[in-house]
Ligand binder design. Sequence first.
Ligand code: PBG
Length: 335
Amino acid sequence: MSELQEKYPNNRLRRTRQSQWIRNLVSENSLSTNDLIWPIFICEGSNVKDEIDSMPGVYRYSVDRLNEVVDQALLNKISLIALFPSTPKEKKDSLGSEALSPDNLICSALKKIKEKKVELGIMCDVALDPYTSHGHDGILSEDNQILNDETNKILVKQSLLLAEHHADIIAPSDMMDGRIGLIRNNLEDKGFKNTILLSYSAKYASGFYGPFRDAVGSLDNLISDKKTYQMDYANSDEALREVAIDIAEGADIIMVKPGISYLDVIHRIKSEYNFPTFAYQVSGEYAMVKAAARNNWIEEEKIIIEQLTSFKRAGANAILSYFAIDAAKIINSSN
Ligand code: PBG
């Protein structure tokens, strides 16, 4: 900048802040319903809509109640939902076998929603933690190490099962090495050329996942932390390596998780690769905002929009958030 430009009073940044219309015109980022992905928990039973204690306003739905979810999504102009199962304890085992059952909660939910033939994308997680008795994303050796290559074989089968049930986006969140390439090769071999692969490339070993583990029932049985596969939150160079590898292996979209504490990681990835980059505002982040709002310590609606907009500013293309419907309602009512 020239010396003249830097000088007050010629330069008064407050000129473009003086009214809403000019603030709108110079605004660099905005949040729309196209940016929102709504996570949904599925449980067994019939006519169940069960609120999760640590996530007020978030529910587990039985498959027969999913019409309500689809209607809400469409009404509020949400274009993608992400499904997570709350598997009953008796169906969990050390290999996560239920993940490969064509009658499991996610396959049943896919059948139910896809028969409606609506314009709504469905994303499904690939990982074993909702199905394993020990709560880990992979299978264990005799001395409780998480086995990478053996787990990958199961993840490939889980991915093919989801693709067969018409999942639009398959999202490995397990953090095993090499799974993106293996899943992509197998999808191509079996003719699933249009299945979108979203890799949770930069998924950190985080304290923010507590309420989710409660929601899917993997909290009580988790036998140890996930630091041997999820990333160390002190690192971001490593996130760039993860992303580079996943892009090379055939990912279409990458995800950073958790969200607000990792905006720098989103920004670095987006600046480095210019690749579709999503972010996950996780359960602990949701629970913190809810708890503060319930005490009237913050204004919930303002915080929701401010946080989600900051993801856009950091470079995220879309955000997976338990606030998706609340945010959509706020956005739609201001249009
Ligand atoms: C694991 C998985 C986790 C979440 C979604 N899938 C985390 C974990 O238990 O390690 C957490 C999401 C959230 O906290 O909202 N496959």
